[in-house]
Design a protein around this ligand. Structure first.
Ligand SMILES: [Zn+2]
Length: 125
C-alpha cells in the first residue's frame, strides 16, 4: 500500500510537521505494520474478524481495561519492543512518550522493510 493513502495522525495541530504514522503490532498475525488510525487494533479486516472469532481481541481489551489504558497503546508498546527496545526502556522510565518516537519507529520499520527486500532478493548482509 502506498504511504500517501494514509491520513496524517494527530489532526490540525501538527500540520506544520511532516506526516507521521503509527507503527503498531497486529495481535492476530503477530506482525508490525503501519496503522492508518490511532485506535486501530489489527492490520487488516481479515485479521480483525479472526481476532474477534478467536477471542484474542477480547483478551487484549480485558488486559488493557484492567491496566486502564487503550488497547492500541499496548500494541504500540509491543511494536516498540520489537523494533526499538532501547526506546521502550526510555518510555518505561518515563523519559519519553510514544508520540515522541514516531519518526524513530517509522525509520526502524522502513529499515526492516529494506532488510526484508534484500533478503527476498538473496542479497542479505
Ligand atoms: Zn494481522
Amino acid at each position: 500500500m502506498s504511504r500517501v493513502e494514509h491520513p496524517p495522525i494527530g489532526g490540525p495541530s501538527v500540520t506544520d510537521e511532516p506526516n507521521r504514522y503509527i507503527i503498531s503490532y497486529c495481535p492476530m498475525c503477530e506482525t508490525v505494520y503501519e496503522a492508518s488510525r490511532r485506535d486501530q487494533l489489527t492490520c487488516s479486516p481479515a485479521c480483525r474478524v479472526k481476532a474477534h472469532r478467536t477471542g484474542r481481541l477480547d483478551e487484549l481489551k480485558r488486559v488493557a481495561k484492567f491496566l486502564d489504558i487503550h488497547p492500541s497503546l499496548a500494541l504500540r508498546a509491543q511494536a516498540t519492543e520489537i523494533l526499538r527496545p532501547d526506546l521502550g526502556r526510555k518510555i518505561a522510565a518515563g523519559e519519553i512518550d510514544y508520540d515522541d518516537i514516531l519518526s524513530e519507529m517509522d525509520a526502524a520499520y522502513n529499515a526492516r522493510a529494506m532488510q526484508a527486500a534484500r533478503m527476498v532478493m538473496g542479497d542479505a548482509e
